[in-house]
Design a protein around this ligand. Structure first.
Ligand code: GDP
Length: 298
């Protein structure tokens, strides 16, 4: 996903190599290049501004130290700023002291929520947990079946409304799902919710009602990194309409520019917890800001 950004940043930083000393003009030129690279990758403008200003200030103020030459120092600063924009420390999933821990998934239709439910289930099982998936996406035809299929592939139980009872009330299904988890001693509940193609009020209200009713330990906003600039606006709409405690980036295997997804942390103030980079349930991992920064800097 970040190939072009990666190439441009590495190219810009490589231009500094071999310089014994960096003049202010060198640093200004590098900062301009970094700005263009980030903007071309779709990183949100306020994020780019902050990033470039901090990098420039730190580079100009950097002491010439024995261990690093000036070019290496700038690389180190850019790396640290990237890690910062991506959230700094790895943020682990929070578990409830009293099981079950409830994780609610929210996001647009097609963002990869249902697939993520299966990925999370598989990952949680690998950590020794006994997750239950709860099907609260009662809008999209087949969403319940799709969740049951990914659940089965992950080897996890899915709680779904009984067929033949009409469309059903997602809030009621969520509540009953959690009661079922208590009864059957599942220590984690993953609640899949409905998404729309675009942000709309009804979607927000429904997600917000589910959140009120089940008081999840985590609300994960799932965002498709391929949707470009819209990722930031969508994240803001979900932050204001539902609220979330963490972000999951999906489709990082795509060839879109991806910078918007990299802006979500800074724009919403919420950390990125997980990343998904393929359709298979195994294509999933905890998000580590430092590893992502290293990957981008090549
Ligand atoms: P939902 O509507 O939010 O529940 O989204 P789905 O889970 O149904 O995913 C929508 C489509 O995206 C499906 O075809 C998934 O296989 C695909 N998908 C999900 N995650 C990824 C990913 O990380 N990479 C790729 N390439 N495809 C993904």
């Amino acid at each position: 996903m970040f190939d072009t950004l990666s190439e441009r940043l590495s190219g810009t930083l490589a231009n500094l190599r071999g310089k014994g000393r960096l003049s202010d003009a060198d640093i200004d030129a590098t900062a301009r290049e970094i700005r263009i690279a980030l903007l071309e990758a779709d990183v949100a403008l306020p994020v780019v501004r902050g990033f470039v200003a901090r990098t420039k200030e730190r580079a100009k103020g950097a002491e010439v130290s024995g261990a690093l030459n000036p070019a290496q120092q700038v690389v180190k600063i850019v790396n640290e700023e990237l890690v910062g924009v991506l959230g700094g420390e790895t943020r682990r999933l929070r578990f409830s002291k009293e099981p079950p821990t409830v994780i609610m998934l929210a996001g647009l239709q097609g963002s990869g929520k249902t697939t993520l439910a299966g990925k999370l289930a598989l990952w949680l099982k690998g950590q020794g947990h006994t997750p239950l998936l709860v099907a609260c996406d009662l809008q999209r035809p087949n969403a319940v079946t799709q969740l049951q299929i990914v659940g089965e592939r992950a080897g996890a139980t899915t709680f779904a409304p009984e067929p033949g009872n009409g469309v059903g009330d997602p809030v009621d299904v969520a509540r009953r799902g959690i009661a079922f988890a208590r009864e059957k001693q599942h220590d984690i509940v993953v609640v899949d919710t409905a998404g729309r193609l675009g942000v709309d009020e009804e979607l927000m209200r429904q997600a917000s009602d589910i959140r009120e009713a089940v008081r999840p330990d985590e609300v994960l906003f799932v965002v498709d990194a391929m949707i470009g600039q819209d990722a930031v606006a969508t994240a803001e709409a979900f932050r204001d309409g539902v609220g979330f405690t963490g972000v999951v980036l999906t489709k990082l295997d795509g060839d879109a520019r991806g910078g918007a997804a990299l802006s979500v942390r800074e724009v919403t103030g919420q950390p990125i917890l997980f990343a998904s980079d393929g359709e298979k349930l195994e294509n999933f991992d905890v998000f580590h800001p430092d590893r992502m920064a290293s990957r981008i800097l090549g």
